[in-house]
Design a protein around this ligand. Structure first.
Ligand code: MG
Length: 337
């Protein structure tokens, strides 16, 4: 397959409602979409960065720079056997997993279309149905959160995840659990706590949670191992895991009992599959979480969620309005040293 062209577009999207996590409130999104034209076929991917370096070190602007100046010039004009050859070609670019994933995933989409296969099948997926959950932002009070949970359960979501932060945690979870004693309930702290908060976090054991996601620092697997030893509830690692080596480190240290595979954070479908396989080999459950993506990013989460080690995915319908900027590379516009 010959990569004829890569087009990068930035969309401005306003969410229907503000989304609050422990690192701030988001309403206006800057989304980067990648179109890869391969053998006359367009494949699509999304760069799942947020606007500030708060979730990881990437931003919309760093991804635009890295794709423009390093990734697209390396790939346009190449003749590849398949999208699985992309990650080794980008290995010399350190980090920037979300920028790489946006491009690699567009090429996976193109390959699936060229081969006439659903992307899930091309990636080795085996599940025909996936269960969807929803992640709920921090609310002003527990009653408002209960009303939102009620609404999402009515919409059919089978798993509810609550964002928490210090001061908006135990009381909120207690009220939701009391109101809905039998739902599959999780919390996500996005690194808002430290190991000094272990006794406080242990109180979450009372609420029969499926998992406590990423309570401690985004790059600290070691402290999560110490915390997991003190909690009955499973810790799920999100921000800490960028590749299969991180997953194996976390498993061997006992730092978590679940891993959230996010396509952008791990660098695309090839790396996501390696993280999945590492966890599957150790019988560690995984699931595929979303960022605040557009439908293009969401569409890529579905094939990941058909992998044998997954039982559920996250999906949301949040977009209100859209605007655009574009950059375009063609094979004849690229100079290679
Ligand atoms: Mg998370």
């Amino acid at each position: 397959m010959t990569i004829e062209q890569i087009v990068l577009r930035e969309l401005g999207m306003r969410l229907k409602a503000p989304f609050e996590t422990s690192f701030g409130v988001t309403q206006d999104r800057r989304i980067l979409l990648v179109e890869a034209v391969v053998d006359g076929m367009s494949g699509w991917g999304e760069v799942t960065t947020v606007e500030s370096p708060s979730y990881n070190s990437e931003t919309t602007e760093t991804a635009w720079h890295i794709i423009s100046d390093f990734i697209a010039p390396r790939l346009v004009g190449r003749d590849l056997k398949g999208a699985s050859e992309v990650a080794p070609l980008l290995a010399a670019i350190r980090g920037h997993q979300m920028a790489k994933a946006g491009v690699e995933n567009a090429l996976w989409d193109a390959e699936a279309q060229i081969k006439g296969l659903p992307l899930g099948k091309l990636l080795g997926g085996t599940l025909n149905e996936i269960v969807c959950g929803v992640s709920l932002g921090i609310r002003e009070n527990p009653q408002a959160l209960v009303r939102k949970v009620e609404e999402e359960l009515r919409s059919g979501y089978q798993r509810i995840k609550l964002k928490i932060k210090p001061g908006k945690d135990l009381d909120f979870v207690a009220v939701v659990r009391k109101e809905f004693p039998h739902i599959r309930l999780s919390v996500d702290a996005n690194s808002a706590y430290s190991l000094k908060d272990a006794e406080h976090l242990k109180k979450l054991d009372d609420f029969d949670l499926l998992m406590i996601e990423q309570p401690l620092q985004w790059d600290d697997i070691h402290s999560h191992a110490k915390l997991q030893a003190r909690l009955n509830t499973a810790i799920c690692l999100d921000e800490c895991i960028h590749n299969a080596t991180h997953a194996l480190t976390a498993i061997e240290l006992g730092a978590c009992r679940i891993i959230n595979i996010k396509l952008g954070r791990v660098g695309g479908h090839s790396s996501a599959r390696q993280v999945h396989d590492a966890c599957y080999a150790h019988s560690l459950p995984v699931w595929c979480g979303g960022m605040l993506e557009s439908g293009v990013g969401r569409a890529h989460n579905i094939p990941v969620s058909t992998s044998p080690g997954l039982g559920y995915s996250v999906k949301r319908d949040l977009v209100d309005r859209i605007s655009v900027r574009t950059r375009n590379w063609k094979a004849d516009m690229v100079t290679r040293a």
